[in-house]
Design a protein around this ligand. Structure first.
Ligand code: ADP
Ligand code: GLC
Length: 493
């Protein structure tokens, strides 16, 4: 079966329109990779206030569109554009739900109270749109809890529908730490019938669990790395979902994310002060000097820099780094550059470090894509001490920038970084297993001592890292396979 598939992707984020994390990078790249394999893809997103209509040539497409939520008909409009001039992207415009600053929460990081309604609405609107534009999908591909209800909606409401009746559902879990768990008072609005509010389906300790509903009903479920797929089959990593994922048997798999090398490649990156490649690394030295100047660090070519670009969330283990960083700066010849936002205590801790360690630690609290690129290019090492990491993209970007990752060996970090071998100089980074301050301390110490004592190994690793290829083509083929299995599973229902 090699025929063209028609796929609708439903997501709450997509580069270049709306992003808080790696989900946006994935949804911004996977559709093109699927189109390159001969498939037809459309993407449906919310029209947040931040979506820049002019910049993205986003035009009114349909108005009004009625969407049934429980027994209420809600109204929205649809805007449309094409991503990279190819993939049609439809934005669901609802003043009530999406015209506000922030995607999921307000400026104080308080979740919007109507999030269950907002994202259930997005999902139903996406399905309604397929009907209204007569897009007959083979696959409805939902990303994360925000779109997970697509699977139960298809099964409960659209099984007999001329447009949606044959669509198989695929749910991609980018992060099982976020499940969309909300009070049962929202259930009527979702319109999924109380008979399905049971513990084997959508109910979770008296509440609604969007992700669980998606897992149970989807024809195929995947997550974003093989190691994380294994980890989430255990109670330690699954936040309560292990039994449901294990129930999926072979219908739950791990597919590593790819990287958009048109955005993240030092040879073509227009956001960095000097381009470079594995053959000629001189531009990397220029980027390092620029990074040191930008963050008011001592401009010293021989001082290793460890970079961080991250959401400041518990998952990322940056509280553990906080417990180790001052000891490292005192004991080692090393600089740190930190870019991130999120947890207020960590923002204030890291935000104060530059005044306490002038010239040695630089911090920028906030979200800044150009600085993210500069840190990838100018650092010598890139640290991700994550407690868990479904895939992680920054370490894969780091490899391409010849910036050696220092990572906890979990999830995608484990799958994408090869451990340094001191005997041969092989490997692409430095891994540790224990999520602790001392694990970080000793591994950074190992990287820094390698930098000073075995510089030829560092050069060898830089070459090995930059030669790695995590392009989307391979991952898109793996998704193609998942789609075909989803279609077969649906046919066997
Ligand atoms: P996650 O999705 O869990 O946050 P990933 O590593 O998959 O982790 O993706 C993070 C993405 O978000 C990367 O593209 C990274 O560059 C970007 N990012 C995270 N924090 C910031 C920030 N403060 N400024 C700019 N980019 C950021
Ligand atoms: C999530 C995960 C991250 C992954 C990204 C894209 O945000 O935390 O590890 O890379 O999704 O799949």
């Amino acid at each position: 079966m090699k025929s063209k598939l028609r796929i609708v992707m439903i997501s709450s984020e997509c580069v270049p329109y709306a992003k808080t994390g790696g989900l946006a990078d994935v949804v911004g790249a996977l559709p093109q990779a699927l189109v390159a394999l001969g498939h037809e893809v459309i993407v449906v997103l919310p029209k947040y206030r931040a979506v820049n209509v002019q910049k993205h040539k986003n035009e009114p497409f349909m108005s009004p569109m009625g969407v049934w939520m429980g027994d209420t008909e809600e109204w929205c409009a649809v805007h449309a554009t094409r991503m990279d001039d190819t993939v049609p992207v439809y934005f669901i415009e609802s003043e009530k739900y999406f015209d506000r600053d922030g995607l999921y929460h307000d400026a104080e990081f308080n979740d919007f109270g109507d999030n269950p309604r907002r994202f259930a609405f997005l999902t139903r609107a996406a399905l309604q749109l397929c009907k209204d534009i007569r897009f007959v999908p083979d696959i409805v591909h939902a990303h994360d809890w925000q779109a997970a209800l697509a699977a139960p909606y298809l099964r409960v409401w659209h099984w007999n529908d001329p447009i949606l009746g044959n669509a198989a559902s695929v749910l991609t879990i980018h992060n099982i730490g976020y499940q969309g768990v909300y009070g049962a008072e929202h259930f009527d609005y979702l319109g999924l019938q109380w008979g399905n509010f049971t513990s084997d389906k959508l109910e979770d300790h008296g509440r609604i669990n969007f992700l669980k509903g998606g897992i149970v009903y989807a024809d195929m479920v995947n997550t974003v790395s093989p190691t994380y797929a294994d980890e989430t089959r255990t109670s330690e990593y699954a936040y309560g979902m292990a039994p449901y994922l294990n129930d999926k048997g072979p219908n739950y798999v791990g597919i590593l994310n790819g990287v958009d090398y048109s955005q993240w490649n030092p040879a073509v990156d227009s956001l960095i002060p000097a381009q470079y490649s594995a053959e000629d690394l001189s531009g990397k030295a220029a980027c390092k000097a620029a990074l040191q100047r930008q963050f008011l660090l001592e401009v010293a070519p021989d001082m290793p820099i460890v970079g961080v670009v991250s959401r400041l969330a518990d998952q990322k283990g940056l509280d553990l780094l906080a417990a180790a960083i001052e000891g490292m700066v005192q004991a080692m010849r090393v600089q740190f550059v930190i870019l991130g936002s999120g947890d207020k205590a960590l923002e204030s801790y890291y935000g104060n470090l530059p005044t306490r360690y002038p010239g040695r630690i630089g911090t920028y609290i906030g979200y800044n894509n150009s600085l993210a690129h500069l840190i990838e290019a100018g650092s010598d090492f890139f640290i991700m001490p994550s407690r868990y990491e479904p895939c992680g993209l920054n370490q894969i970007y780091s490899l391409k920038y010849g910036t050696l990752p220092i990572v906890r060996a979990t999830g995608g970090l484990n799958d994408t970084v090869q451990q340094y071998d001191e005997a041969t100089g092989a490997g692409t980074g430095f891994k540790f297993w224990e999520p602790s301050a001392s694990g970080i301390y000793y591994t950074v110490g190992w990287a820094v001592s390698t930098y000073f004592d075995r510089p030829q190994h560092i050069q060898q690793m830089i070459q090995a890292a930059m030669a790695q290829n995590f392009s989307w083509e391979e991952s898109a083929k793996a998704y193609e396979e998942v789609y075909r299995r989803a279609i077969l599973n649906k046919m066997m229902l």
